[in-house]
Design a protein around this ligand. Structure first.
Ligand SMILES: [Zn+2]
Length: 273
């Protein structure tokens, strides 16, 4: 072999070796380290993020569908413990017990605190067994309101049966705007007039209803305009019954911006204007 022939053979050998190296990653028999594929991630997360959809005997089913080499990931191994029905039940019981503790007038739906006797600055005022109500049927009052239990129960019944259903689509309603509650004063603050039911803890004034998204439906703006008009008339009418006296914007100029609700009864029945 001459010098030229020797170079051809050496060059061919070098070229072949270089090409073989370039193709190595695709053709190598050694598997590459790949990032975890979606299938692996799915297997690992299904039992943890959808615990409530598990069949009655999770382990048996899980083993059947899981590849043999996959680690056994079940509720027992989950790092985020889920709520089992029993724990959930205990939590509800605990919440109920807490609510019962902070309820007044023997009704779990009426939240607040008992304040006992409230003395008025004059003899005609005051409440014998007063309560300070913070919420009724889950709807909070814009401020703690003092009244007697008869009035607290009437308020709760009205909110439960009329206010919540009326604003169900628009709301839900989350707060009652309280314009007045207990106050030792005369009717409509007029000199020489009789003591108001507010002075006896039997009245509450509501000027608006706040929805969950923050929207406020006020008696002043909504009484003569839709869409609030229809709903306000409905809640005003619904108060007649639980309360003995209901006064709204149609009654007089003193009530153009609120509903006056009180539990004083008239011999001829309820008085609603
Ligand atoms: Zn009033």
């Amino acid at each position: 072999m001459n010098r030229f022939g020797g170079c051809v053979w050496i060059c061919f050998a070098v070229l072949t070796a270089t090409m073989a190296n370039a193709a190595a990653p695709e053709t190598s028999l050694v598997p590459l380290t790949r990032p975890a594929g979606p299938a692996a991630a799915e297997i690992a997360t299904i039992p943890r993020i959808r615990p409530n959809l598990r069949p009655a005997s999770p382990q048996v089913t899980a083993v059947a569908v899981r590849p043999a080499e996959a680690p056994l990931l079940g509720p027992q191994n989950s790092i985020r413990p889920f709520l089992r029905p029993q724990e959930l039940e205990q939590q509800i019981l605990f919440k109920k017990r807490k609510l019962r503790k902070s309820s007044v007038c023997g009704n779990i739906a009426i939240q607040g605190k008992a304040v006992g006797r409230v003395k008025g600055k004059i003899k005609a005022c005051g409440i014998k067994d007063a309560v300070q109500v913070t919420s009724v049927s889950g709807v909070r009052l814009s401020r703690p309101s003092t009244m007697d239990c008869g009035t607290a129960k009437a308020l709760n019944s009205w909110v439960d049966k009329t206010v919540i259903p009326t604003f169900k689509r628009r709301g839900p309603v989350v707060e009652l705007q309280v314009a007045a509650h207990y106050a030792c004063r005369t009717r409509n603050n007029r000199k020489g007039a009789r003591i108001s039911e507010h002075g006896k803890g039997r009245a509450i004034d509501i000027s608006g209803f706040r929805m969950a998204d923050g929207e406020m439906v006020t008696v002043l703006d909504g009484w003569r305009k839709n869409p609030s008009q229809k709903q306000l008339i409905k809640v005003w009418r619904g108060a007649c019954g639980p309360f003995g006296t209901v006064l709204g914007p149609n009654s007089d100029r003193y009530h153009r911006d609120h509903f006056h609700l009180d539990t004083a009864r008239y011999r001829s029945g309820t008085y609603c204007r």
